[in-house]
Design a protein. Structure first.
Length: 101
């Protein structure tokens, strides 16, 4: 059993290895920054995609902890929020492309 706020290490299969869910999300946030060109919509969608990718491989208890931590960081992992973020990202990318022409 892991400590409150901790999840099984998402990048290793070492038994008993755990990380604070908040630190995992902070790492994902930092990794998502390069290449976003300071566009929040692109950054937000990149973070959501990474969070969802990790969420797929988690057990039920870790999913709950991770989802609550994501909410605290401003990332809702429900389907409507994901679709809204995707749409905003696509619109921003289209605006960027349009501005380059």
């Amino acid at each position: 059993m892991t400590k409150p706020g901790f999840i099984q290490h998402p990048w290793t299969n070492q038994r008993g290895d755990s990380l604070c869910a908040d630190s995992v999300i902070q790492r994902i946030e930092n990794d998502a920054m390069p290449g976003c060109g300071l566009y929040y919509e692109i950054y937000h969608y990149r973070v959501l995609c990474q969070l969802l990718q990790l969420l797929e491989n988690m057990n039920a208890a870790d999913r709950i902890i991770f989802t609550h931590a994501a909410d605290r960081h401003g990332f809702s992992l429900d389907e409507a929020s994901i679709q809204d973020s995707r749409q905003s990202c696509l619109e921003t990318l289209a605006d960027i492309r349009h501005g380059e022409q």
